[in-house]
Ligand binder design. Sequence first.
Ligand code: GLA
Ligand code: CA
Length: 782
Amino acid sequence: MKQLLQKLAVAAMLMFAPTALQAAVKPGSFTTGDKTFLLNGEPFVVKAAEVHYPRIPRPYWEHRIKMCKALGMNAVCIYIFWNIHEQQENVFDFTGQNDVAEFCRLAQKNGMYVIVRPGPYVCAEWEMGGLPWWLLKKKDIKLRERDPYFMERVKIFEQKVGEQLAPLTIQKGGPIIMVQVENEYGSYGEDKPYVSEIRDCLRNIYGKELALFQCDWSSNFEKNGLDDLTWTMNFGTGANIDQQFRRLGELRPNAPKMCSEFWSGWFDKWGARHETRPAKDMVDGMDEMLSKGISFSLYMTHGGTSFGHWAGANSPGFAPDVTSYDYDAPINEYGHATPKFWELRQMMAKYNDGKKMPAVPKAPMPIITVPKFELTEFAPFYRNQHLIPNVNPMTFEEMDLGWGMTYYVTSLPEVPVQSVLTMEAHDYAQVFIDDKYIGKIDRVKNEKSLTLPAIRKGQKLAILVEAMGRINFGRAIKDFKGIVGDVVINAEVDDNEVTWNLKKWTMTPIEDDYSRAVKAFDANKVERPLSDGFAKRENGRGYYRGYFTLKKVGDTFLNFETWGKGQVYVNGHAMGRIWSIGPQQTLYVPGCWLKKGKNEVIVLDIVGPKEPVVWGQAEPELNKLQLEKSNKHNNIGDKPDLNSATPAATGAFKAGNGWQTISFDATQKGRYLAIECLSTQKEGDRAAIAELYLQGQDGKRISREPWKTKYANSEEENGNHLGDKVFDLQESTYWLTEKGAAQPHLLVIDLGSEQSVKALEYLPRAEQGAPGSIKNFKIYIY
Ligand code: GLA
Ligand code: CA
């Protein structure tokens, strides 16, 4: 009894006494001075490492923070991901993997400051840019605007984050030195009143002493720049740094300079090569910044993994991101030092005030391999479920489904001839008639229709629609899932165009959830799927389950290259999406989620595997494409004959970085833009263009949403320098011709429909000297 009382007394002391940490830290200050930040009144250069707590298993948080510190960083920079903290409206979670305050305390414990970027929108190649999908249940909501419901939810959420983080500001003795207002609003729109409201909301929560800042691009930060906030620039490896800060220097000559996102690498999307950026260019850029006293945050220093369904999708177009967020960062996806790490560390040592660099910590777990094993249990995924009837097909949001799939069924009319089925499916639809697979409509490929065979009245039409991540960038972030709008069949019957708008649907929502998978096995489990033919009868689509045994746990990379498309769960943890097209073929499985003895793997395969086998390898495979055809746009049949066409403009661009506008003498009408590059500024250079816009008659930029690359005579596929890069809304990515390809070069863009065009805006590469920039050109609109 006495012992118990003593124990209770100690526990009470621990609970109520300030911890050693709190006792040791004193309130401080972080402000802006003359051309520098001031930490407790002293000049300070921020060397921040961007890392994302949801992308790192919690048991590894401290290891990753220590790795950043070993690079000579003095801060970590984090986004707050609204949609992991409020997965259901009004249900908040800041515990376990979501305990962001603990992440900040761990940073402080390791002598690191923290920069917080609480959104509400964060981009970050994360589902819906961090916004919760349930906002879309209000169909007409305006996201990132002063929509009353949006603002109400933003304020409630920021308040909740504040409860966690406001006690941790530097003014209160915590590690947080700065908080960001919104995120790159300039690439979304122009709306100072909205940005001001976010600023006021954060100021109320964190106090007026805490430094607030805005990040944007050098080309657009003025649009939304608020007078009383610090302005920082985002740009990537290789960029011409003086050019990036030129405009800021003109407007605010005495302001400190900071690159708030210096991109170490880039993110990967399904169906395109793994992106890398040279270590030397990254290190040189950081060296240059440090030599000039410029602060930075290295985005990403450690990218980690977009586990489960949290990877987003890019736009214009629909380009879903892969599960790995390795980012070619110095600390790789699984927390190990890369060659880039060592090069960076060496350079950073020059700026460590003559002190020894902090030690590189040992990885928390060894790397292990797992011998090949078969997933022998099978269960179909849309049997005996509750059905939702409705006249029209419903979106996921209308059915209160956040993530997963829906099985849409209706009865077909009599169509005696071949017909075309048209619909907008988000994102990957497979069409069946009387359970026979007819084909797919893949949003990644911009597909909207499919040819159907002749149909007898009453045949069953089933459409299985799987959602990938919601778009996280650009105006398209309002990205409803499932079938959006009508499903229509068109056919020519007896010389007449006949249209059927299909009604009377029943829908089976299938949420992406481990317990749903387990229930499917409980209800319909079949052993040995391939040998008994059962899985084949289901076209191989369904859940598969198998096990592997471990004597010792460790990190591993499970290989799924023989599988189709879907989701993986290991021991109940949602590991992420898989897709045979690649480039990612393995999933990072952290040892902290494995155990000695039996481990369970469930694969939900919506397409069906070639072979239901998995193995664990010691290295990730992030760059193996398995495509039906190459991504290049060099089909000679798509090349226009411009011999007799009259150019809209002929001339020469100026040399150097930055945007240039070419106005046409007369308004041009046409569906296609062709830009012919007759010469480059530097002779022998490979031609490159970072971005292109067209202006309409009103002088405003025409939407690039429907744009597609029609033809390019030459495109460098390694490193993804295809024609699409001129309209991907990213100034750091570019179209590049191949080594030795002969001039003139030709890039043709399909604008989607006929447009009236007055001018073309052109951006060369952001690197010093604008390599590959074009000199003589001809522009055609036809
Ligand atoms: C922008 C965004 C980030 C991220 C990067 C690209 O800078 O602010 O969230 O999306 O682009 O990785
Ligand atoms: Ca680009």
